[in-house]
Design a protein around this ligand. Structure first.
Ligand SMILES: [Zn+2]
Length: 274
């Protein structure tokens, strides 16, 4: 699933094309991506609105249209783009949500397997929604001490805790694996056992890796595309994710892959991480 760097890339790409533009016609091919909103209400409340702001929160693209916020969480096979020409037959086939803009362009949420979600929230609903998500790791106010407070409360594996959106926004499997390798921390270690020095290293590595991934337009393993339809490039810089069985770039030991921590693939070096 697209994580913070991928959604940030999408948002930066589509923001200039959407700001100040009106939604002329809105259509939805399938209702199963909707959460907490009916098709009728979605189409009614979005037709004729003007885009005030486009931003990111955690792994969601947030389009502020005045009375509501349209919140899109792209799924593993999802992409969000503004097209300036008519859609091809292939583009139409998987276009789940489509908005004709006042300048003739089209905003399209495409999702082959429809694993993504769409929400439409009023100001109160948005407050509740964003209030349940943890701090943004790239914000200046986010400190190692703040991370430490969240980690000291949990006996769960550190990898699970940093991927829990209630503790920290935007980190998923790829960047959790990478940050823990860079910080030299075993992903299965109970969060409560990390030292203040671990908190400082992990905090610094999470921020460094997420920033580097944004600079590379995110990680494309299979389906992820930027807001202009390009692939990301950070897959070229991954040190552990997708490399189980291959030699550690730091010490040469074979990297271990396991599904035992959280049912997702965890890749780590048992020599460099403890
Ligand atoms: Zn190693």
């Amino acid at each position: 699933m697209p994580e913070l760097p991928e959604v940030e890339t999408i948002v930066r790409d589509i923001r200039p094309a959407l700001l100040g533009h009106r939604f002329e016609r809105v259509s939805l091919s399938h209702d199963d991506v909707l959460r907490g909103v009916s098709r009728r209400r979605l189409l009614r409340d979005l037709t004729g609105v003007t885009v005030r702001e486009v931003s990111r929160r955690a792994k969601h693209a947030v389009i502020d249209v005045g009375r509501h916020r349209l919140v899109i969480q792209p799924g593993m096979t999802g992409s969000l783009m503004v097209h300036d020409r008519p859609l091809t037959a292939d583009e139409q086939r998987y276009a789940v949500f489509r908005v004709a803009l006042d300048d003739g362009r089209t905003l399209v949420y495409r999702d082959v397997r429809r694993l993504g979600t769409l929400l439409l929230l009023d100001p109160k609903g948005w407050e509740r929604y964003t209030g349940a998500i943890g701090p943004e790791p790239l914000e200046a106010e986010f400190t190692a001490e703040q991370l430490g407070v969240a980690l000291r409360r949990s006996r769960q594996a550190i990898k699970k805790v940093i991927m829990d959106q209630g503790h920290l926004a935007g980190v998923g499997n790829i960047y959790a694996n990478e940050a823990l390798f860079a910080a030299g921390i075993d992903p299965s270690k109970p969060a409560v056992r990390l030292t203040p020095d671990d908190h400082r290293r992990l905090h610094a590595e999470i921020r460094r890796i997420l920033s580097a991934a944004i600079a590379s337009n995110g990680t494309t393993f299979r389906d992820y595309r930027t807001g202009t339809g390009e692939t990301g490039n950070f897959q070229l810089e991954l040190l552990v994710y997708g490399r189980e069985g291959e030699p550690c770039r730091r010490c040469g030991t074979r990297l271990t892959g396991t599904h035992a921590i959280d049912a997702r693939i965890s890749v780590f070096c048992h020599r460099c991480q403890s």
